[in-house]
Design a protein around this ligand. Structure first.
Ligand code: PLP
Length: 363
């Protein structure tokens, strides 16, 4: 029978966040960092317009979407490449820059897609320890060898919610050999409210070995349509354009993304909602006696006591039975933690109330 190429069967497939709670009528899905505000109302109208013309191929260069992104961020559309979710982009970058024997670096609790895509390209994943659940630039630089070709940094990181200030990202870039590609995955950039944070635009503009990836899945509420993009030097865009699917971004995604990024008021509303509830949820969890890793994203990492009946697995079972679906993180090396997406007021308060009940249970 046909045999997958070496390494493929060593890959552990990505397990998405759970979406249902068996036997529970009302489910609050807080497992995949989706926005409780949904997409901009402008999206539905844009999609309806395209829905009557689905026999036509989409614009393979996604001009309309790239122009809208360029306008929103003040970029040159020629330095933007769009994709079927930013996950696709992470894979395309690995396929473009990694050969068997090469090494790709990411951090201890980094996004699992990096490992999968490095291995899919036949290269070797190199995992670097973190400090306080945060990427450690010195440790990352120490892991660079003559085989290193790509370094992934999620900033802020999922599932920890921690971030590196721009000075640290600059130090990482400055310490890398020029032939090593630094991929800054800024999926949650819009949520970050810190003066020392930058998504990565300046770093890309000033260097030939840095790219920044972004997504419409989180703050824009379009996870179901699959839209990602990267801002990158022309040479990187040119290389990736040669291997991507010619119509990798579908017709609905092109118009929906353009409509969503044009609705600044909707984005601002999502930021305000998150600011308010990220603080309240973090304080609420801390008040319950849980250890909370300070987050700048739209989710929060909570750590459970290592006591019988009080572990993350116990909490997860307790919450799911009440319709609150959070994210277990065993695959991320965090077996005794859960990640909670900041949801609606009802979802947030309900989860805190349920966790209060869980912590009060004497076993
Ligand atoms: C959610 C997320 C993405 C976005 O993935 P899409 O394929 O665009 O939906 C990328 N990176 C990280 C770290 C994420 O958490």
């Amino acid at each position: 029978m046909p045999r997958p190429k070496p390494g493929v069967m060593d890959i552990a497939a990505y397990v998405p966040g759970r979406e249902s709670a068996p036997g529970v009528e009302k489910v609050y899905k807080l497992s995949s960092n989706e926005t409780p505000l949904g997409a901009s109302p402008a999206v539905a109208a844009a999609i309806a317009d395209v829905a009557g013309r689905l026999e036509l191929y989409p614009d393979g260069a996604a001009h309309k979407l790239r122009d809208a992104i360029a306008r929103a961020h003040g970029l040159n559309p020629g330095n933007i490449l769009c994709s079927n979710g930013s996950d696709e982009l992470l894979g395309l970058l690995c396929q473009t820059y990694l050969s068997p024997g090469d090494e790709g670096i990411f951090t201890e609790h980094g996004f699992l897609v990096y490992r999968i895509q490095i291995m899919a390209a036949g290269a070797t994943p190199v995992v670097v320890r973190e400090t306080d659940f945060t990427a450690d630039v010195d440790a990352m630089l120490a892991a660079v060898t003559e085989k290193t070709r790509i370094v992934f940094l999620a900033n802020p990181n999922n599932p920890t919610g921690t971030y590196l200030p721009v000075s640290e990202v600059r130090r990482l870039q400055a310490g890398l050999p020029r032939h090593v590609l630094l991929v800054i995955d800024a999926a949650y950039a819009e949520y970050v409210r810190r003066n020392d944070y930058e998504a990565g635009i300046e770093l890309v503009s000033g260097n030939s070995n840095v790219v920044m990836t972004r997504t419409f899945s989180k703050i824009h509420g379009l996870a179901g349509l699959r839209i990602g993009w990267m801002y990158a030097p022309e040479a990187v865009i040119d290389a990736v354009n040669r291997i991507r699917g010619p119509f990798n971004v579908n017709a609905m995604a092109i118009v929906a993304g353009a409509a969503a990024i044009g609705d600044r008021a909707h984005v601002d509303a999502a930021i305000d909602h998150n600011d308010k509830w990220l603080a309240r949820v973090s304080e609420g969890l801390t008040a319950l006696g849980l250890e909370v890793t300070p987050s700048v994203g739209n989710f929060v990492l909570m750590h459970f006591p290592d006591a019988p009946g009080k572990t993350a697995a116990d909490a997860d079972a307790y919450l799911v039975a009440r319709g609150f679906v959070l994210r277990r993180l065993t695959g991320y090396g965090l077996p005794n933690a859960l990640r909670m997406t900041i949801g609606s007021e009802e979802a947030n308060l309900g989860t805190l109330e349920a966790l209060r009940g869980f912590m009060a249970v004497t076993s």
